[in-house]
Design a protein around this ligand. Sequence first.
Ligand code: ZN
Length: 198
Amino acid sequence: MEYYSSAISDLIEEFARLPGIGAKTAQRLAFYLIAQPEEQVEHMAQTLIRARTQVRYCSICGTLTDREVCPICESAARDHKTIMVVENSRDLAAYEKTGHYRGVYHVLHGAISPMQGIGPSDIRLKELMQRLQGDVEEVIIATNSTLEGETTAMYISKLIKPTGIRVTRIASGVPVGGDLEYIDEVTLQRALEGRMEL
Ligand code: ZN
């Protein structure tokens, strides 16, 4: 038996697709939206569509941006010879918030995970190696300290070593299994300063 009109159950289903949203929360969000003024919901819908159509990946570092090249890659004030490798744009944002990193980034969009069938060719490693053909002095590996993050760090370090470019790994002040985005700025800054040669 259908409890709700199909418009409502469709909406609940859409919310339930989102990460971290269970059936109950999906229902609550749907009812909340329906109770809002129409203009507000329209505005929200337009914001969603605008974000989806305008946001793309930076052609150099791969982070989310609304331009061909992101402001960090474009900036002459950044040190383009130092590349920090992160798993996703949220991690990049976490390091940017510390305000202490002057280099540029490379966003992998994932980590190697044999368990989930994610191999080296599924993340942006080829693009990283292409960037290293240019003038690069150091690659800082800032993948998470999860099993996947560590596996990825080791793989990248083996890949880069033969090029003679300095490879470092952020210090293990970052809690094991911790997602970078949840770690406070001071801890991140210390992790960066205490990075070690691989
Ligand atoms: Zn970029």
